[in-house]
Design a protein around this ligand. Sequence first.
Ligand code: SF4
Ligand code: SF4
Length: 273
Amino acid sequence: MPDIIKRNRRLIFIALGMVIFLPPLSIIPQTAGEVNMCGAVCPRMFFIIPAKGWSALVNNISSAWFGVGLVSAILAVTVFFGRLWCSHICPVGGTAEIVSRGIPKKLKIDFSFMNAPAFRYGYLFIYMAGAVIGIGSIACKLCNFRVLPFLAGSPFVPAYRTYLLTSMGIAGLLTIGLTGFFAKGGRAYCNLLCPIGALDSIANYLGSKLGFTKRMKTDISRCSGCGRCVDSCMVWALSLDDDWKAKREQASCMSCRECEKVCPEGAIGYERD
Ligand code: SF4
Ligand code: SF4
């Protein structure tokens, strides 16, 4: 395989994910009779705690049947191989990452001061309980899976342009703009606000404890503490400890392997525990 393809393999997968999931082609959603990622394809609504009794949960699951299948497949792959959906395929996080690469560095917002696990699971709880505590609309208002397909399809569909000018559309654009396009690394939404990302990080952590699965590892004995991996990580899963050795927060790690590419000591790899 030519070196240029090898180095950019992940971005090629992401571009493919954008083509098959997003308008104007929407190849995968169309197999479920949708043109964007709502309705039967919605991967986020079926697991919220329903305000109208548990029978509503069964309705949510059956109406979002494709989304249920998609999320089940994502979590199963993550348990055994790491977060390949988030890092290699997700058309939403992937688009935000690619767009953010074109934004000048000085305009980017660095969210790495935030405690990602605490925020992510705190928000997951609020998201799941939102309908019960009367703020259920945040599920759609702050949904990148809703706003991004509308944005991608807006040059072709006038109704999408109209939607983007509603309060919900503007809230969605602000969310993806600030935590995606203008975020350092482009993945702050994935790391802080995506309910699928939060469930996926739990699956990633549990899978890493099975003993036979591969995950990103650092050979501390080879680490010189240069910090390049820390800088390359779009979800701030790496930091230097008191001994100037790179340490990883495994649940947040998306197995993107960008840190492996930049390590001058060859200390990082995708390996078995
Ligand atoms: S720790 Fe490495 S593999 Fe994991 S998300 Fe960060 S850069 Fe990617
Ligand atoms: S890039 Fe390699 S040598 Fe540098 S801090 Fe990270 S693991 Fe250590």
